[in-house]
Design a protein around this ligand. Structure first.
Ligand code: HEM
Length: 538
């Protein structure tokens, strides 16, 4: 029976509630007209020509023709799950964000991904992994859009198209670099040596995680927290998996990639279905918010640098549990839209130039990927806080706005929304002083150190982990066809460690070159050199 009319004279399905697409006992077309048959086109006789007037045929095929949306330009391959974040309350003195108050439970949606592969690529390739979390807080959406490696390839977002073009399949053959020619990636990272630290992490076992459930996550950039009393601190975000950090060996990754390219996706789904819910602890390293925005000589605005946990331990803030799989992959995993600028009161950005570019890029790409500016209305992206904006119309507008005055100030719509002003629940940008007023296209001198932290990482590895790194470089550089690219990379390795360089050179059948530049490059952070070797080197 037809739905009864509501008091406003409209049917319940009037755009104000969820879209109802699977109601009723009969198959219908998109207009709700019942269909007797969906298997045969309308024809002029059983053996005659198909008729253009068959609306059902045209609707069915046209809709099918438009089922695909563009895949993400990066991080196209992913899997996701729903869950909950429960705050310990330990962050309440650091940030006024409501979801960090003691005992607050906040729904979350987490998408894990590889970076370079296309939507149908294998899970087990050597790559960085995305670890993006959407917190549906009472004060709006907070997105923590991080990776499983704590540093990034570049220090300025203007180089992002370059590093991705260098890493994506070669334009002539479209053969993914994971399987074939490697020249462009290795060309780039040896010419842009700020990539050295991230590349070394990629060549370590961190580049081939065993499971999404056993990955750490990092916000990478330094963020600024604003406490209830207005004081601020600089922080780095960390996710620590309760199952510990585990990787595949290279041989395992190769075999599994052939036998089960969906290995990580399946693992996450099956674990959650079986009730083995994965947990991560969210934590922060907290550094003082000084005018220099450095800590022990480490530039906190440089995303190629970590702050060692020996110097600043991670303070736990709460526990995340992933406890439900998506119902529909497209609706949730494909349509979710994360953005590093989705912030809540108490959490603000810093002037890391990589982060600044990201603030522009995600919204821009999502307007194309999700078909216009209204993707915040897609169920998986909807905030759980009330929305009262002045955004109107546009492709895929599902809201039926009322009133005549979508502008402010106005005197015509009686219930015109008011500004929160200094309300503690309003997002107020921290009034951070701008250090310089001279326009320049240059990086600070503190961004010039490209090796000291790579060396620190190398020296913190166990002998077996170092062997894996040597094997990874030997294998990957062995795929480069350009001798000059291989040699330039060996010179980069010589800047990290002479033995690393020598052993990779041996693996390639080449002499170990002398390093480029002055090997004794000044260590900008004396504190780092205090961190001795954790393991004896064989
Ligand atoms: C997507 C992380 C740098 C542009 C992603 C995703 C993650 C991520 C996790 C996947 C989100 C999802 O699952 O839907 C990071 C991290 C970075 C970084 C940790 C550095 C610290 C950049 C930069 C740019 C950029 C510098 C551009 C200037 C993009 C774009 C997407 C994306 C365009 C696709 C977004 C979409 O289609 O929804 N990034 N990224 N990223 N990233 Fe980044």
């Amino acid at each position: 029976a037809p739905e009864p009319l509501s008091a406003t004279g409209r049917r319940p399905q009037d755009g104000s509630g969820p879209v109802r697409a699977q109601d009723g006992a009969y198959l219908t077309n998109a207009q709700g007209t019942r269909l007797p048959d969906s298997d045969h086109s309308l024809k002029a006789g059983p053996r005659g020509p198909v008729l253009l007037q068959d609306h059902h045929l045209r609707e069915k095929i046209t809709h099918f023709d438009h089922e695909r949306i563009p895949e993400r330009v990066v991080h196209a391959r992913g899997a996701a799950a729903h869950g909950v974040f429960e705050s310990y309350g330990t962050g309440a003195g650091l940030s006024k964000a409501g979801f960090l108050a003691a005992g607050v439970r906040t729904p979350v949606f987490v998408r894990f991904s590889t970076v370079l592969g296309s939507r149908g690529s294998a899970d087990t390739v050597r790559d960085t992994r995305g670890f993006a979390t959407k917190f549906y807080t009472d004060e709006g959406v907070f997105d923590l859009v991080g990776n499983n490696i704590p540093v990034f390839f570049i220090q300025d977002a203007i180089k992002f198209p370059d590093v991705i073009h260098a890493g994506k399949p070669h334009p002539d053959r479209e053969i993914p670099q994971a399987q074939s020619a490697h020249d462009t990636f290795w060309d780039f990272v040896s010419l842009h040596t700020e990539a050295t630290h991230h590349t070394l992490w990629n060549m370590s076992d961190r580049g081939i995680p065993r499971s999404y459930r056993t990955m750490e996550g990092f916000g990478i950039h330094t963020f600024r927290l604003i406490a209830p009393d207005g004081s601020t601190s600089l922080v780095k975000w960390h996710w620590k998996p309760k199952l510990g950090v585990h990787s595949l060996t290279w041989d395992e990754a190769q075999l599994i990639g052939g036998a089960d390219p969906d290995f990580h996706r399946r693992d996450l789904y099956d674990a959650i279905e079986a009730g083995a819910f994965p947990h991560w602890e969210l934590g922060v390293q907290v550094m003082p918010d000084t005018p220099e925005q450095t800590f022990e000589g480490i530039d906190l605005l440089d995303p190629t640098k970590i702050v060692p946990e020996e110097l600043v331990p991670v303070q736990p803030l709460g526990l995340m549990t992933l406890n439900a799989n998506p119902t529909n992959f497209f609706a949730e995993v494909e349509q979710v839209a994360f953005h590093p600028g989705h912030l809540v009161p108490g959490i603000d950005i810093t002037d890391d130039p990589l982060l600044s570019g990201r603030l522009f890029s995600y919204l821009d790409t999502q307007i194309t990927r999700l078909g216009g500016p209204n993707f915040a209305q897609i169920p998986i992206n909807r905030t759980h806080a009330p929305v009262n904006d002045m955004l109107r119309d546009g492709f895929h507008q599902d809201a039926v706005h009322t009133g005549v005055a979508p502008y402010k100030p106005n005197s015509l719509d009686g219930g015109c929304p008011f500004f929160a002003g200094a309300d503690e629940h309003a997002f107020i940008e921290h009034p951070q002083p701008v250090p310089e007023s001279r326009k320049v296209r240059e990086a600070p001198a503190s961004f010039d150190d490209h090796y000291s932290q790579a060396r620190l990482f190398w020296l913190s590895m166990t002998p077996v982990e170092q062997e894996h790194i040597i094997n990874a470089y030997s294998f990957e550089l062995g795929k480069c066809t350009e001798p000059a690219v291989r040699e330039r990379n060996l010179r980069v390795l010589a800047r990290i460690d002479a033995r690393l360089c020598a052993e990779v050179a041996t693996g390639l059948g080449l002499p170990a070159p002398a390093p480029d530049g002055d090997l004794a490059d000044p260590d900008p952070s004396p504190a780092l050199s205090q961190l001795g070797r954790e393991w004896p080197v064989a």
